[in-house]
Design a binder for this molecule. Structure first.
Ligand SMILES: Cc1cc2nc3c(=O)[nH]c(=O)nc-3n(C[C@H](O)[C@H](O)[C@H](O)COP(=O)(O)OP(=O)(O)OC[C@H]3O[C@@H](n4cnc5c(N)ncnc54)[C@H](O)[C@@H]3O)c2cc1C
Length: 251
């Protein structure tokens, strides 16, 4: 809680992504606590983290969460899995070969940790992914505004051309709308970064500029912390649960 040690969340496995309950990693009770066996992949910052929050099967249907220290015997950090974007952060495989865990490593009650983690992820999806998408779009808008003010073609600033102004205006409108509708933020970011590259022209395609990286990084917002399709499923389920109540900001 003091922020002195860093942590990664390790849920995804090669055979279990959206279907997070389809994991094969298993924790079995032992005389001293638990023994953890299995593997994870795509774990953000996994190489640098001091410990992991790992989901593991503790019964036929029960999935629990465990706090697993990096230095434990039997735990191996696998290779970095290079990504299209977010290249400043390593995303790694984790292998657990009968890793011994203390009884206190179990988070919450047995079989409850997974529900807690999923509940937290639903908040993260909205607050963190949505807010980050808006923030990133604002950053790209700043970059393209500076470019439109500084770059000159045909003897004038490109910002004087109405078509470039339209791209800026559409982006401002989109960002403002997204602030009110943060659920749509990831899709909005895709449109704004696309225009960001367009405003820079050929330079926007060039690796020297931040906007080229923003364009690549933007794609992941529709995949991590739950894909867009899974978000829609969560929204639909919550809608069905709430019955015919009036529409509000939570859908
Ligand atoms: C850069 C990056 C960082 C990540 N960081 C972490 C991390 O730190 N910790 C961690 O645990 N995981 C992490 N992940 C994994 C991420 O959460 C998963 O990639 C994501 O949940 C999707 O799982 P998947 O890749 O297995 O795709 P799949 O689940 O195989 O999905 C493939 C396609 O099928 C669709 N699909 C699947 N099920 C349904 C359904 N029921 N209805 C409709 N469509 C469906 C999906 O929407 C998608 O389009 C990371 C991934 C990336 C790329």
């Amino acid at each position: 809680m003091r922020g002195e040690r860093t942590c990664s969340i390790a849920i995804t496995e090669p055979g279990a992504g959206s279907d997070a309950q389809g994991i094969r990693t298993r924790a079995q009770r032992s005389a001293d606590g638990w023994v953890l066996d299995g593997s994870k992949h795509f774990i953000s910052d996994g190489e640098r983290s001091d410990f992991y929050l790992v989901s593991a099967r503790t019964g036929d249907k029960a999935i629990s969460m465990f706090m697993v220290d990096k230095g434990l015997p039997g735990l191996t950090v696998g290779k970095d899995q290079p990504m299209m974007g977010l290249r400043g952060t390593p995303h790694v495989e984790l292998f657990f070969d009968y890793v011994p865990l203390e009884p206190l490593a179990l988070l919450g009650a047995e079989g409850q940790g997974f529900k807690l983690a999923m509940g937290a992820l639903n908040v993260v999806r909205l607050a963190q992914v949505g807010a980050r998408a808006v923030g990133k779009a604002c950053h790209v808008l700043e970059l393209m505004t500076d470019c439109a003010n500084e770059r000159r073609q045909f003897g004038q600033k490109i910002g004087d051309f109405q078509m470039v102004q339209a791209m800026l205006a559409d982006s401002v409108i989109d960002i403002n709308a997204a602030l009110l509708m943060v659920l749509h933020a990831a899709e909005m970011l895709g449109r704004v970064v696309d225009r960001g590259v367009q405003v820079f022209g050929g330079m926007g395609f060039c690796k020297d500029l931040a906007v080229e990286r923003d364009y690549r990084d933007a794609r992941i917002y529709r995949i991590f912390d739950g894909t867009s399709e899974i978000h829609r499923t969560v929204i639909a389920r919550s809608r069905l649960k709430r019955g015919a109540a009036l529409f509000d900001l939570h859908g």
